[in-house]
Design a protein around this ligand. Structure first.
Ligand SMILES: Cc1cc2nc3c(=O)[nH]c(=O)nc-3n(C[C@H](O)[C@H](O)[C@H](O)COP(=O)(O)OP(=O)(O)OC[C@H]3O[C@@H](n4cnc5c(N)ncnc54)[C@H](O)[C@@H]3O)c2cc1C
Length: 534
């Protein structure tokens, strides 16, 4: 990166920065992406994992947001079918609830209409009996009926990674654990940044004609002009065993505690409950789920699934992210557009803030258009044509036929269950991972009991997915950390030994990896000491 000046330096390897790097690289620009932690380690692995039109934005009349998000949902279902999956949602209505039946009915027609009636399926109205047949565990008292509508779920961290890898495939230089420490702006115009390689401690100067600040919740601090454009709010989630709730579909509910829209989401054998929405005034690094968050989430879920009687002991994992929302004074209409993004320009630098996982691709195209315009002003070059990010599949997304991919993976000699799991995780790259598992019996062994991931995936992540730490491997490349009780801490020492050769870790580094992993576990579990009355 330091060798020759770049056209664009993108700072921040969340979904926004990754999407911009991919778009710019596909236009043939010389682009680099730096991320100070792991790709998606910020907000982009802490979302509710929905690719959705945003039904609740209809309440604020934000039709343009829903229209755009619905289009993006359609595109992502096509370009990343292994990472973005259709999901049916049930919206139960209870007597005295905040949303009357006519409003939901009108909203769902509008929701389907704004997707040009090209959503996965059209919504369907359900009687009380129909709803209870679909979800027998729902609270029957005061239930008045409801509706089924469609959205999508997505693996947020791997969607980010897919964008980073495709950016690289199209020529971008990409680095995780590379932090921008300061911008290079001797004459008032940003001409790149001083970047620290956190793996070696080396500092280097990366020169660029345009620098893009895509650091999400960190962007006020990184921009460093003293203006606070963002208001951070925390969104917390908990995961519990799905069998404890017993639901089949995703549930959209209005929290009986305060009427906020919440979700109960199936994810394999787990159920995610989220989110909260509370102001966060501390630094963006300091975010975790508190005892109060867990209490709120479990109480809300128990009110709708009363037989579940969820308690903190049921909680397998927690995670929280920060919404980089625009301060009301900065947004054009305070409440309506709070999740819209904003682009702020200074000499040589473009900052992008806000947005959603769902709409990252459209946002990336808009930011890249701006960067291209600045490059044209700078050296008169002909702007390259827009990238076809709406057509080009993301890595692994070349086919929607995951059955066929699983069959191919099986031909590499793995079981049908593992083949299906690999196909769902890697798409068309699954057979390569299956081959790796087959190459060495130690790699065919599970990462941890009770989870389908195998050790070959860890080696694959080190070789092909730029994983550098144990946390990268277990939290974001596989989701073992969040999907087994105890976060696989008991196996962590053995896993470090398994990957040490491949990763080049000596005894000191192995110990450091373990203690950093333990710190993540402790942060995730800290809520337990804060709950006395669940
Ligand atoms: C609780 C919650 C639930 C959500 N659920 C959904 C959902 O279901 N669907 C949806 O569409 N959207 C959802 N969103 C919104 C979506 O997750 C975010 O809009 C999106 O992830 C923001 O991505 P980003 O790349 O802008 O920020 P981030 O993912 O936070 O990325 C910014 C990156 O910049 C890096 N960085 C910071 N400083 C530096 C530096 N000095 N040098 C280099 N790198 C730096 C950080 O390490 C970080 O990785 C949710 C958000 C939250 C908080």
């Amino acid at each position: 990166m330091a060798e020759a000046p770049l056209d664009i330096l993108v700072v921040g390897g969340g979904i926004t920065g990754a999407g911009i790097a991919r778009d710019a690289a596909m236009r043939g620009l010389r682009v680099a992406l730096v991320e100070r932690a792991d790709f998606a380690a910020g907000t982009s692995s802490r979302s509710s994992r929905l690719v959705h039109g945003g039904l609740r934005y209809l309440e604020h009349g934000a039709l343009h947001l829903v229209f755009e998000a619905s289009r993006e949902r359609r595109i992502l279902l096509r370009t990343a079918p292994h990472l973005v999956r259709p999901r049916s949602f049930l919206f139960p209505l209870f007597a005295g609830g905040r949303v009357p039946r006519w409003q939901l009915a009108a909203g769902l027609w509008l929701y389907d209409g704004l997707s040009l009636f090209r959503n996965v399926r059209r919504h369907q109205w359900l009687s009380k009996r129909g709803l209870l047949r679909a979800e027998p565990g729902l609270r029957a008292s005061d239930l008045e009926g409801g509706a089924r509508y469609w959205d999508a779920q997505c693996d947020d961290a791997r969607l980010t990674l897919a964008n980073v890898r495709d950016a690289h495939h199209h020529g971008a230089l990409v680095a995780n654990y590379a932090a921008v420490e300061a911008f290079d702006a001797a004459d008032g115009r940003v001409r790149g940044a001083r970047v620290r390689d956190l793996t070696t401690g080396d500092r280097l100067t990366v020169r660029a004609l345009v620098t893009v600040n895509a650091t999400g919740p960190w962007s006020d601090a990184v921009r460093g002009d003293g203006r606070a454009l963002l208001q951070l709010t925390k969104g917390a989630h908990v995961a519990v065993p799905r069998a404890r709730v017993g639901h089949r579909e995703a549930i959209t509910l209005l929290s009986p505690l305060d009427g906020r829209v919440m979700f109960i989401l199936p994810w394999g054998d787990l159920t995610y409950v989220g989110t909260t929405d509370t102001d966060h005034d501390g630094p963006p690094d300091d975010v975790r789920v508190s005892g109060a968050d867990v209490r709120y989430l479990l109480r809300s879920a128990n009110a709708v699934f009363p037989d579940a009687r969820l308690t903190p002991d049921d909680v397998i994992t927690t995670w929280a992210g920060l919404r980089p929302l625009l301060r009301p004074a900065q947004a054009r209409q305070p409440t309506a557009v709070s999740r819209e993004h904003r682009i702020v320009e200074g000499p040589g630098m473009i900052s992008v803030m806000g947005g959603k996982l769902t709409t990252y691709r459209a946002m990336a195209a808009e930011v890249t258009d701006r960067a291209v315009a600045r490059l044209h002003e700078f050296d008169g070059r002909t702007p390259p044509p827009r990238a076809r990010t709406d057509r080009e599949p993301l890595p692994g997304g070349e086919t929607r036929d995951l059955e066929l991919v699983a069959a191919e993976a099986m031909r590499e000699g793995v079981t049908a269950d593992l083949a299906r799991y690999l196909a769902d995780t890697y798409g068309t790259e699954a057979p390569a991972v299956a081959r790796l598992a087959r190459s060495d019996p130690r790699l065919a062994a599970p990462v941890t009991p009770g989870h389908p991931a195998v050790r070959a995936q860890l080696v694959h992540a080190l070789r092909r997915e730029m994983a550098l730490t144990l946390a990268d491997l277990l939290i974001r490349r596989t989701h073992v950390f969040h999907e087994v009780r105890g976060h696989a801490l008991a196996e962590a020492g053995g896993l470090v030994d398994v990957v040490a050769d491949e990763a080049g870790w000596d005894a000191g580094r192995k110990a450091r990896e373990l203690s950093e992993y333990l710190a993540e576990v402790e942060r995730t579990e800290a809520f337990r000491t804060e709950i006395d009355d669940p």
